[in-house]
Design a protein around this ligand. Sequence first.
Ligand code: SAH
Ligand code: MG
Length: 206
Amino acid sequence: MPADLLAHAHEAKGFMPEDEGAALHRIARERLRHGPVLEVGTYCGKSAIYLGGAAREIGGVVFTVDHHRGSEENQAGWEHHDPSVVDAELGKMDTLGQFRRNIARAGLEDQVVAIVGASTTVSAHWNTPLSLLFIDGGHGEQPATDDYEGWAHHVMPGGLLAIHDVFPDPADGGRPPYERIYLPALESGDFTEVEAVGSLRVLRRG
Ligand code: SAH
Ligand code: MG
């Protein structure tokens, strides 16, 4: 990961440890020549900088989907709430402005394309095979199930499915990414695990 981009990734608010971000950057570099990368769960663009950095180096495009209203766990009163990403007039979270600023600062506006909307709405109309799908959206049962069912089948043969916040041990964190995305992907027989870094799991479609 180029040093300038790493600095921008560090500065951006978000939930992506450097070693896991570096893994995303590396697998995006491997895959981008085969087709677009799509991320579910943009937040302020931290992980998108790692993915977009790969596109700047080798070409290609990264789409990133988010309604920018926050997950359940980002709302006021919850563990991951940050009052600086609330639209005061609407009283709703709004991470789109920070995302745009972070991507512009990083010089990645040509590589990282925001899709603003609910994951299920976008996935229902999506029709382009993905070289790499990175799922890091809502971590409740329903959003995790929806993201698996709506997006995983768009991964092209030989493509990768990366899943964030996979915790096989309940003591380490919430269950839905593990139970509703990771396990069903393996049990489908369509994917095999190729890598694990922290809570990031990378599966390849056979
Ligand atoms: N990848 C980010 C973190 C994503 S946090 C990083 O590197 O920091 C999860 C994001 O998923 C939140 O921004 C939230 O708004 C989004 N999200 C949750 N449920 C969603 C849904 N159903 N549709 C679209 N986005 C959703
Ligand atoms: Mg995450």
